[in-house]
Write a protein that binds this ligand. Structure first.
Ligand code: 4AD
Ligand code: MG
Length: 476
């Protein structure tokens, strides 16, 4: 007999047919009702046990998280919680879960506690929902680009360059750490290293994606990226996934239009394909917020926030306007901002959130940042002060997307690299792109975990990636 997954059983017309199901016990009530879950859906299957037919010793093994195989009949449910249930005829315990030591009991655990049990937390409703939504978003992203003629480009994970020029890289080396080979000058001799040069884990696939765009026209990457920044926040990971589309012949406006449409469409996909999971997360947050003071609650419930994005355009302002608006704001005048607001300084999370949550109350795209606070590859505007950068700011999250039109003029790019002390020798190939058939092009990077945070309403980024990597933590 073949096994049927619970998602499909729950949609099957019950006609007392024989079925075989397998899954993990969520709860076992009154020695009679097993709530069984196999991960295919948020919803459990109710298995009804006639306890007089089974040995006491078997019944005692039906505990939370034990793995079961159940053969029985699919019938209309007598109870109110579900349309169908299975009357068990044969129960086999595939794997016990001793309740005396199993760490996750059917009570409420904190997200912090569950983070330490990352190998088991996916069996909870919350994490099951988050990871099914994560899958749906990944799928939506590939579909979005595929449908629009983009090619998926796999860019390298080990590179010799610092794409962002920020120096936040993890070194990749096979040299002995205690006693590395030295040059005559006494410096570490990287020529002796595995690749014959200094290498690191990539911080972004953008520079290689530009190569793709300048030949295939439209490409995107979707891969892991690594940042050795010591940021212990709810929005930073040391290993995160990034989606980076890159398009030839696009300017900054085309880039913004694409990014806005893209974000809206993948959110729409999640709403269409994950209604149960999102409803669960929506209710969970509403429940959680009951105990919070009004000021700490979300401005809008989760599903309303997602719908709002679909129904409303993003605001678009320049960095200079953003600074002016911030300087006119109440929190600024009352000295409530922790960081200074001044033309030339980067916007901090508190400023971004003010613009999005208080001022515009919609996502905001900020363009035209000062050149000194952005990466070397961004196109210099005619004012010689700002670059054609764009950041997209979302409620509750801040920056979800960073992008720009790229500097396609060789001489300007070289001057910017010199100014920002980005060595040319590692990037000779990047410069050659500007020598041979250069053309305007643009692209952006979406932080995958940040958009998952937004869609699921999870407040900590460590709860939307299966095994988070952050300072002092690389368990699992
Ligand atoms: O703004 P960033 O650094 O831009 C780039 O890397 C460009 N090369 C992208 C491009 O134009 N192709 O990063 C892009 C996005 C951010 O907006 C943010 O959402 C996310 O990546 N991000 C992080 N997410 C989690 N943890 C971190 N430490 C992140 N750093 C950036
Ligand atoms: Mg950025």
């Amino acid at each position: 007999m073949t096994r049927t997954e619970i998602k499909s059983l729950l949609q099957t017309d019950p006609q007392e047919q024989d079925v075989l199901v397998k899954g993990w016990v969520r709860t076992f009530r009154a020695n009679r009702f097993i709530a069984l879950n196999d991960g295919s859906t948020l919803n459990n299957l109710q298995v009804v046990v006639d306890f007089e037919q089974y040995d006491e010793s078997l019944l005692r093994r039906i505990t939370t998280s034990a793995a079961l195989s159940v053969r029985g009949k699919l019938v209309p449910s007598q109870g109110s919680g579900q349309a169908v249930e299975v009357l068990a005829e044969e129960i086999e315990v595939l794997g016990d879960a001793d309740p005396a030591v199993y760490p996750i009991q059917p009570k409420k655990h904190s997200l912090e506690f569950l983070r330490e049990k990352a190998h088991l937390r996916m069996r909870t409703n919350t994490f099951g929902a988050v990871f099914r939504v994560r899958h749906a978003l990944a799928f939506a992203i590939h579909q979005y680009f595929h449908d629009r003629g983009f090619f998926y480009l796999h860019t390298p994970i080990i590179t010799g360059s610092d794409a962002e020029g920020a120096g936040e890289m993890f070194r990749v080396s096979t040299l002995p750490m205690g006693d590395p080979p030295r040059t005559e000058a006494g410096e570490i001799d990287w020529k002796e290293d595995f690749f014959g040069k200094e290498t690191n884990l990539t911080v972004s696939g953008q520079l290689e994606a530009e190569v793709g765009a300048m030949s295939l026209g439209k490409v995107y990457t979707f891969g892991p990226t690594f940042r050795a920044e010591n940021s212990n926040t709810t929005r930073h990971l040391a290993e995160f996934w990034m989606i980076e589309p890159e398009m030839a012949f696009y300017d900054i406006h085309d880039n913004m239009d694409l990014a806005e449409d893209f974000l809206r469409e993948i959110i729409r996909f999640a709403l269409t394909h994950c209604p149960d999971d999102l409803q669960y997360l929506h209710d969970r947050i509403a429940q959680e917020e009951k105990n919070l003071p009004q000021a700490q609650r979300r401005p809008m419930p989760l599903l309303d926030t997602l719908q709002f994005i679909l129904d409303n355009g993003f605001a678009r302002i320049t960095y200079t306007e953003a600074i002016e608006r911030l300087q006119r704001s109440k929190p600024y005048k009352k000295g409530k901002f922790q960081y200074p607001v001044e033309w030339g300084r980067d916007l901090q999370s508190e400023h971004e959130r003010y613009l999005v949550e208080k001022d515009f109350q919609t996502p905001v795209i900020v363009t035209g940042y000062p050149k000194d606070i952005k990466a070397f590859y961004m196109k210099l505007n005619d004012d010689n002060k700002t670059v054609a950068a764009m950041d997209i700011l979302f409620p509750g999250i801040g920056e979800v997307v960073g992008g720009s039109q790229r500097e396609e003029r060789l001489d300007v790019l070289q001057a910017r690299m010199a100014e920002m002390e980005v060595p040319e020798h590692d990037l000779w190939w990047y410069l050659e792109l500007r020598k041979f058939g250069t053309a305007p092009h643009a692209g952006f990077g979406l932080g995958f975990e940040r958009i998952i945070q937004f869609v699921t309403g999870m407040t900590n980024i460590r709860d939307v990636i299966a095994f988070p990597r952050f300072p002092k933590s690389a368990e699992f």
